[in-house]
Design a protein around this ligand. Structure first.
Ligand SMILES: NC(=O)c1ccc[n+]([C@@H]2O[C@H](COP(=O)([O-])OP(=O)(O)OC[C@H]3O[C@@H](n4cnc5c(N)ncnc54)[C@H](O)[C@@H]3O)[C@@H](O)[C@H]2O)c1
Length: 279
């Protein structure tokens, strides 16, 4: 959606948005879209990420307090729930937009993983969704009929070699979303993952070979790669009351990539390499 007016889809709703680092972050774009649609929320990120200070601009623009939280630490998540309760009372939605792999950062190949780092990858990128929902339940902060969205990548289903142990983390994340979704459904709470196409963010471009993955996806997807703003609009619909019976799903937001084998443009390009025999 290009105009700033919005539809009022989240009027009166409150939430927690994890993972906004800079203005390219998907979570940053989600925060702007949620504000446009009338929501109030708190912003959270790891203390080390907050040191950069960039989040202050988003906080001012959206009138949202910032609460530091390393999602791999129980005490941090517990404290965040208390602070959020003080600030907002209770919440209707949670965005989990968190991913980090020390193995990828430190260029460890998949068949030579550092297992301590693998544990960190899984803890920060996947188990954190469990931890957040666990503490949200204990704090009785998540309203009946609420909605939880975690961002994921198709590496959970298909092999993207450069995505390394993040492929495994995303598979675990999606499983946790389904399992928690089945337990929260009795309260009308939805838990879904949105599988976003490669997007030019700090986490995305940190992956070796990202440009090739981005271009490949864009060439295959009939609608082309979606932007972070388009992902944000999709998340808004999932937080809204218009999707009350959608839960435990992995929802592809990828311009049709997942369903396509090859594009016409790629067939033509490859055929021209080998000399097209067609008249
Ligand atoms: N960019 C892509 O191509 C792409 C595609 C599909 C899915 N995703 C997913 O989208 C989500 C958001 O990533 P992004 O692309 O906007 O990149 P990003 O780098 O802007 O966001 C990742 C966030 O995770 C936070 N984080 C890392 N460790 C943390 C910790 N211990 N505690 C709390 N927060 C921590 C970072 O500070 C950062 O804000 C991630 O789950 C990512 O895997 C990204």
């Amino acid at each position: 959606m290009s105009e700033e007016k919005g539809y009022g889809l989240l009027k009166g709703k409150k939430g927690i948005i994890f993972g906004a680092l800079d203005d390219r972050s998907i979570a940053w774009r989600v925060a702007l879209a949620c504000k446009r649609e009338g929501a109030d929320f708190v912003l959270s990120n790891a203390p080390i990420a907050l040191r950069l200070g960039e989040l202050n601009a988003l906080s001012e623009e959206t009138d949202a307090p910032i609460f530091p939280c390393d999602v791999s630490k129980d005490e941090d998540v517990e404290k965040l729930m208390t602070q959020t309760k003080e600030a907002l009372g209770s919440v209707d939605f949670i965005l989990h937009a968190i991913g980090m792999s020390p193995n990828i950062r430190k260029k460890k190949e998949y068949n030579d993983l550092n297992y301590a780092w693998l544990n960190q990858t899984l803890d920060i990128s996947a188990i954190s969704l469990h931890r957040v929902l666990n503490h949200a339940e204990k704090a009785e902060i998540l309203n009946d009929g609420g909605s939880v969205v975690a961002l994921t990548f198709i590496g959970a289903q298909r092999i993207f070699s450069k995505y390394s142990d993040m492929n495994d983390a995303k598979a675990l994340l999606e499983s946790i979303a389904r399992n928690y979704g089945s337990r929260l459904a009795k309260r009308g709470i939805r838990v879904n993952t949105v599988s976003q196409a490669p997007t030019k963010t700090s986490a995305g471009t940190g992956i070796k070979g990202f440009d090739g993955m981005y271009t490949f996806a864009d060439m295959i997807a009939p609608l082309g790669n979606p932007s972070a703003d388009e992902c944000a609009d999709y998340c808004v619909t999932l937080f809204s009351d218009l999707t009350r019976k959608v839960t435990m799903q992995n929802l592809y937001h990828d311009g049709g990539f997942v369903t396509c084998g090859i594009s016409e443009a790629m067939i033509e390009g490859l055929n021209s390499l080998y000399g097209d025999k067609e008249e």
